[in-house]
Write a new protein. Structure first.
Length: 139
């Protein structure tokens, strides 16, 4: 997985935030987070959804490809309450909020409408976990 992520990160940075393959044309972000135990910095590439009314907010989805557990980046960002993102050629700090309830459901449904793979992830995790949605707001 780390080699796969490393290739996406390299392509993202070489092409001003754009990548090809299964993510071609999708809005991508690089999430910088620190390990809760190790303190080591990690970078995770993921898709995002821009907020419809606030240009300083994006949403990320801890889908982990429909796996039964949440990704480590989710745990790390929630624990820290902050992180850093790279979008396109910009890099900035963000605050992190776990979105829940009806608001989470609305945002996730919109992402699944735009990118049907997210609907598949939700089907795979049904009865196991609810895929978390994080709001990342420019600090």
């Amino acid at each position: 997985m780390s080699d796969w992520n490393a290739n996406i990160i390299e392509e993202f940075r070489a092409n001003e935030g754009k990548v090809g393959g299964q993510f071609e044309g999708a809005p991508m972000v690089l999430l910088h987070h620190y390990g809760r135990k190790s303190g080591q910095e990690y970078v995770a590439p993921t898709m995002y959804l821009a907020d419809e009314t606030d240009p300083d907010v994006i949403y990320v989805f801890a889908s982990k490809g429909g796996a039964p557990t949440n990704p480590e980046w989710y745990r790390n960002l929630v624990a820290a309450g902050k992180g850093t993102v790279e979008i396109g050629t910009e890099k900035h700090d963000v605050t992190v909020t776990d979105v829940t309830g009806a608001e989470r459901d609305r945002i996730y449904a919109e992402q699944a409408r735009r990118y049907p793979g997210f609907a598949d992830y939700e089907r795979r995790t049904a009865g196991v976990r609810t895929i978390p949605v994080l709001a990342l707001k420019r600090a």
